[in-house]
Design a protein around this ligand. Structure first.
Ligand code: ZN
Length: 88
């Protein structure tokens, strides 16, 4: 799931600086020579600390969009499968 944002001051929907704190676990795979390759990184915990609008330069008017707001046009109109035959 993708978290989306909107700046209510300028209408920006696409350009934000996002500061995130993330705790991860990863497999650090070294060669004998000491080169590191990080593999299988998994996010254990993640929190967004600050979201700033790139256009305004402040985060005071930035709001997070809910799924309900974003997907408002994709609702189903409650068509049900009434009348399905019942095998006895
Ligand atoms: Zn803005």
């Amino acid at each position: 799931m993708v978290t989306r944002y909107r700046c209510t001051a300028c209408g920006n929907l696409t350009r934000f600086d996002v500061v995130t704190t993330r705790r991860t676990r990863a497999f650090h795979h070294y060669t004998v020579g000491g080169d590191l390759r990080v593999e299988d990184e998994a996010v254990l915990d993640e929190s967004v600390d600050e979201v700033t609008c790139r256009w305004c330069g402040t985060g005071t008017a930035v709001e997070r969009l809910d799924d309900a707001t974003v997907g408002a046009t994709a609702g189903d109109d409650g068509a049900s499968g009434a009348g399905a035959p019942e095998a006895t």
